[in-house]
Design a protein around this ligand. Structure first.
Ligand code: PMP
Length: 302
């Protein structure tokens, strides 16, 4: 696979950083995660909400004093160009990162050290199950005042990795973080939605979670296209146990139904009707079947 590093398209093996780099030693950097979907004609590839991903990465890099080395439009075009150069004709994942490649001892963020790298890979399903069993993690989400989740920080994913490891060791598929205050935050790489009495509920991004692009898209689809009621508010742990439905969402996870939380089976234990409707509509949108949402899709070919 070709990747991109500071203005050049090179073989992934040649896109290397020093073992002394601050990116590697201290996790100094932020990243994005973008999906490209193969259209129904088997030819066209649609990048989902590329503009929103680029904007979020730009904001993250501002917080971290690692400004995007190229403009937003150029970054969007570079993502498309990378997919073209790799001749991608299947579902794919693209990972742009702004990192500090500098090989200096002390952890320090400096504007002049910002490096842009992008890699991509084929991706069908990130979570390979139709519905999952989750637990509430004993690890708390890193607060915005410590390692801001809204920056999608490379170093911050140690928090996610610890929670996923604990969940897997205990026989669960995924972990749900609480904030330090004990409110529901997010999964290791997904946002949380529950359905209670017909209302879709999701915690705001002030609960130490990422400003999610799938989450925001689903809120729009639910309220504008499907006429569902939505409420953004903090969620308590035990509300998860008595939810009628719950699902996780994200660029990787898409819409992933949750079967149980801490061994409490939700609803009828299957995929709930709201989750199914919204999940199906999301798939139609990302594959270009919904005309009025075509402006969310960036065609790679033609
Ligand atoms: N939370 C975390 C911690 C994530 O890493 C991700 C994946 N990007 C998400 C939520 C989902 O966000 P998005 O829909 O923007 O991919």
């Amino acid at each position: 696979m070709l990747s991109y590093i500071d203005g050049n398209f090179v073989d992934e093996e040649q896109a290397t950083v020093s073992i002394r780099s601050r990116a590697l030693n201290y996790g100094l950097g932020c990243f994005g995660g973008i999906r490209a979907y193969l259209a129904d004609d088997g030819e066209q590839l649609f990048v989902f909400r590329l503009d929103a991903h680029v904007r979020r990465l730009e904001r993250a890099s501002k917080i971290l004093f690692l400004p995007l080395p190229i403009g937003r439009d150029e970054l969007a075009n570079t993502v498309l160009e990378l997919l073209r150069r790799n001749e991608i004709h299947h579902d794919a994942y693209v990972r742009p990162m702004v990192i500090s490649k500098t090989a200096k001892l002390a952890p320090l963020l400096r504007e002049e050290d910002a490096s842009l790298v992008i890699w991509c890979m084929p991706l069908q399903r990130y979570i390979d199950k139709d519905s999952i069993e989750v637990c509430v993690s004993s690890w708390r989400r890193t607060p915005d005042n410590s390692i801001p989740a809204r920056t999608k920080p490379t170093g911050g994913y140690l928090n996610s990795a610890l929670a996923r490891r604990e969940a897997h060791d205990n026989g669960f598929d995924e972990a749900i973080f609480l904030t330090t205050e004990g409110k529901v935050s997010e999964g290791s790489a997904e946002h949380v939605f529950i359905v209670r009495d017909g209302v879709l509920i999701s915690p705001p991004s002030t609960e130490d979670n990422l400003d999610g692009i799938t989450r925001r898209s689903l809120i729009t689809l639910a309220t504008e296209d499907l006429g569902l009621s939505f409420c953004e508010r903090p969620i308590g742990r035990t509300e998860l146990y008595v939810a009628d439905e719950m699902f996780l969402c994200g660029t990787g996870a898409q819409v992933t139904p949750v079967r149980s939380v801490d061994r409490r089976v939700l609803g009828e234990g299957g995929i709930g009707p709201v989750t199914k409707r919204l999940g199906d509509h999301f798939q139609d949108v990302v594959h270009g079947r919904v005309e009025h949402r075509r402006d969310w899709l960036w065609p790679v070919w033609g």
